[in-house]
Design a protein around this ligand. Structure first.
Ligand SMILES: *[C@@H]1O[C@H](CO)[C@@H](O)[C@H](O)[C@H]1NC(C)=O
Ligand SMILES: *[C@@H]1O[C@H](CO)[C@@H](O)[C@H](O)[C@H]1NC(C)=O
Length: 487
């Protein structure tokens, strides 16, 4: 009971009010049409009504515009990001956690006990780990404005990506992997799965439609594509830490005093976190070389519009001397040198994406950093008042000791600023910045393993809200308007 009272902040009341208005409009529609309809029909009706209003509104009928925009105000990116973590209305339990997060029977539930000693790897049945999975999963990101969020669904995501030539792609390191995990965790099921995951040792991961599945034809029809499209992925995750090729890095660093061309370094550095190749550009171009054939859907006989091929990039944690330089000379590297290399890599990615955008319909983002919190083990109190205070934080620094440093985490905001400034100065660049900081900086309590890993987040939790935001942003920019349909 008290958990509800504590959660009833202003934003919560606003959401209840919005829900009540929505419900009233449904009741009203059901009543005016005097149908004995089930909820699905009412929703379809409501959607059709809304579409009529939308088409009238373009004819300048102001009354309808007002009505429509009230019901249909989708959060702008800045409204979405100006939010807070609130307790979910429904308590998350071991029984409902998969349903709450739209996870399949295979979806990954992962978080480590708060007091776990270093070097200990407990089994998956550790009760303390399960307790923490539940503790960190109780919250939801809620915009403070009265605006609607497009809600992630595997079905609508598949429709969107199938309508594009290159599908939807994510490039980056283990932080990108967390968003990828949220995606596969809600798409891949045990047994005969509609979606199939392929993973290669080259760290190329993709999700395709299983054309033999009983639902496959229905999906092709809902998307308005031919089954031929199933030959290529819906989604790709290309795991790369620096996003560029070795030559690009060498070119960026050459000329610096103390720079040592990265050849024949210690095998640990060579085979560990840096690879002397980047594949996303070549792989993406090969997907974009195929046309997508769009066909009328049986539902409305309409041919959907081709969607943007979506790609987003992130990089940051691996820009460290020990990874970029041979071990012997890593100590000589300065932060300026690292930033110089980072800038050159960002330039390269922007240039190449912009070149691709000349001939293809693409939507591309540079995903900003997610916050890592030094000394995150101090955030162990699951007191909701404490979390409300964290909702106001803008820096990742330790509350107890704001001067303490962790790895290169202080540079994350510097990297982000650099990309933002660059994009502001290059309006012709086919790249936008996607800010992930507000959603992540406010959850210092939910890092994967608070004794040793204050960089990654527990799953499900923050990564799922990042995915929701990514999806919301995609739909805002989408060509078609059927991404909120109930599958
Ligand atoms: C960018 O494009 C150039 C020219 O096509 C290519 O040589 C280079 O490998 C690409 N770089 C990346 C990071 O994809
Ligand atoms: C957060 O900041 C707002 C405005 O700056 C303030 O009104 C509110 O009391 C703060 N909340 C907490 C829990 O500190």
């Amino acid at each position: 009971m008290s958990r509800y009272h504590r959660a009833r902040t202003r934003a919560f009341y606003w959401r209840m009010a919005a829900l009540a208005m929505f419900t009233l409009s449904l009741v009203h529609l059901g009543w005016t049409h005097q149908d004995k309809v089930d909820l699905d029909n009412v929703l379809l009706e409501w959607k059709a009504q809304r579409m009529r209003l939308t088409s009238w509104s373009t004819g300048g009928r102001n009354k309808q515009v007002a009505l429509d925009s009230k019901d249909e105000h989708w959060c702008t990116p800045s409204e979405y990001l100006e939010g807070e973590w609130l307790l979910r209305e429904e308590e998350v339990t071991l029984e409902n956690i998969r349903a709450v997060f739209k996870y399949t029977d295979l979806g990954l539930l992962k978080c480590r006990a708060a007091d776990e000693p270093r070097g200990v790897e407990p089994g998956p049945d550790d009760p303390a780990a399960w307790a923490r999975i539940l503790e960190t999963a109780q919250y939801k990101w809620v915009p403070k404005s009265v605006c609607k969020q497009h809600s992630w669904s595997k079905w609508n995501f598949a429709k969107y990506c199938l309508r594009s030539k290159g599908g939807c792609s994510l490039v980056g390191d283990s932080l990108a992997d967390q968003i990828y995990t949220a995606i596969w965790s809600s798409m891949i099921t045990k047994g005969d799965s509609l979606f199939k995951l392929h993973a290669s040792t080259e760290r190329i991961f993709d999700i395709t439609v299983n054309a033999n599945h009983p639902m496959a034809q229905m999906l092709a029809d809902a998307a308005g594509v031919t089954v031929e499209r199933f030959n290529r992925p819906i989604f790709n995750f290309w795991r790369e830490h620096h996003l560029v090729n070795r030559e690009d890095l060498d070119a960026a660093f050459v000329g610096f005093e103390g720079y040592e061309k990265w050849v024949g370094g210690p095998s640990m550095a060579e085979s560990g976190w840096i690879w002397d190749r980047s594949r996303w550009y070549e792989l993406w171009n090969s997907l974009l070389a195929h046309a997508v054939e769009l066909v009328p859907r049986s539902l409305d006989k309409r041919v959907p519009l081709e969607e943007n091929s979506v790609i987003s990039f992130s990089s940051g944690p691996h820009w460290t001397p020990v990874e970029l330089w041979p071990k012997e000379s890593a100590g000589k590297v300065t932060p300026e040198q690292i930033l110089h290399g980072y800038t050159a890599a960002v330039d390269r990615v922007i240039q190449n994406v912009t070149a691709v955008a000349q001939d293809n319909k693409v939507l591309t983002w540079w995903r900003g950093s997610t916050a890592a919190h030094p000394q995150c083990s101090q955030y162990t109190k699951r007191d909701f008042g404490l979390l409300l205070a964290e909702n106001n934080r803008t820096t990742h620094h330790s509350t107890l000791n704001p001067t303490v440093k962790g790895f290169n985490w202080d540079y994350f905001t510097v990297y982000d600023k650099l990309v933002v400034n660059k994009l502001e100065g290059e309006p012709e660049a086919a790249m936008r910045f996607m800010d992930l900081w507000p959603i992540s900086v406010t959850r210092p309590d939910s890092h994967l393993k608070s004794t040793t890993d204050c960089l990654h987040f527990c799953s499900p939790g923050v990564p799922n809200e990042l995915l929701e935001y990514l999806w919301h942003s995609m739909v805002l920019e989408g060509e078609n308007d059927d991404y909120d349909d109930f599958p």
